[in-house]
Write a protein that binds this ligand. Sequence first.
Ligand SMILES: NC(=O)c1ccc[n+]([C@@H]2O[C@H](COP(=O)([O-])OP(=O)(O)OC[C@H]3O[C@@H](n4cnc5c(N)ncnc54)[C@H](OP(=O)(O)O)[C@@H]3O)[C@@H](O)[C@H]2O)c1
Length: 297
Amino acid sequence: MSEAELGGSFTFPGTSLTVHRMGYGAMRLSGPGIFGPPKDRDAAVAVLREAVAAGVNHIDTSDYYGPHITNQIIREALHPYPAGMVIVTKLGGRRPADGSWARANSPQELTDGVHDNLRNLGLDALDIVNYRVMGSGHGPEEGSIAEQVAVLAGLQGEGLIRHIGLSNVTASQVAEARTIAAIVCVQNNYNVAHREDDVLIDDLARLGIAYVPFFPLGGFTPLQSSTLNSVAERLGATPMQVALAWLLHRSPNVLLIPGTSSVAHLRENLAAALLSLPAQELAELDGIAVEAAPVEH
Ligand SMILES: NC(=O)c1ccc[n+]([C@@H]2O[C@H](COP(=O)([O-])OP(=O)(O)OC[C@H]3O[C@@H](n4cnc5c(N)ncnc54)[C@H](OP(=O)(O)O)[C@@H]3O)[C@@H](O)[C@H]2O)c1
């Protein structure tokens, strides 16, 4: 697919890493609950190969997906990686044997996490590592992240990490991290219905820092909106395509990593980059967040 067909391109600030704005999130390639092996490993491999064949050169992952399994599938499907491929991983969590999500943010755990990613992905250095604050669920929580960012900066100094990003963070955590290391991307929960980061996105755009929404399609609670359905019907697209096109339109520093375990959904999602949204439809889509906002009592 051409650059335009993949949403144009973006260069992470201060790096030589340029990616198409339409990327792929690999979290859905492990088993139910993002734990254990997928039902069909060959299908997972096929999704990754299809993404790369279509020109996707930005893959988001973590060694705690599975755990380890998603990275091992990425390696099986794509190693040796094509030139220009940027794999972004994240540290800060771990998966105890009961499948829960726990913090893993001590210096030793972060260092071990880098080595786990390197081994399972088959790399000598990681392109971008996001420090993921485990916080409360899928929302950020204030608190200093200086110690963890300093550990990543040390691993960068050793050449094991090329660039550093953040995930599930507040604006003040981004500001704190930027006093310690150059931050190239921020990955937070954001989509057409969940827009708490509107100000942060614009601030990061001014700094040239990528904003990579996780749950672009609603994640574990798929987006459902009569407005999305109605716009999609008028434009001859699917609601998920409209949600992705809206994100691409939102700001040029927004990079997409929709997750899927299906080649059909992957193709559908990639095709969203060619969908243009007329002003009337954009205004309607902007109203979804207002409808979805919690009522203040
Ligand atoms: N930093 C973080 O804390 C964090 C947290 C969560 C996720 N992530 C990253 O962000 C990526 C995206 O998040 P996500 O995968 O959780 O959520 P998502 O992209 O919002 O949604 C994925 C879900 O939507 C379904 N889906 C995908 N395309 C579809 C389509 N065209 N039509 C209908 N359903 C569709 C998928 O099911 P099928 O498999 O059936 O297509 C899956 O259940 C992840 O893959 C991961 O890399 C990061």
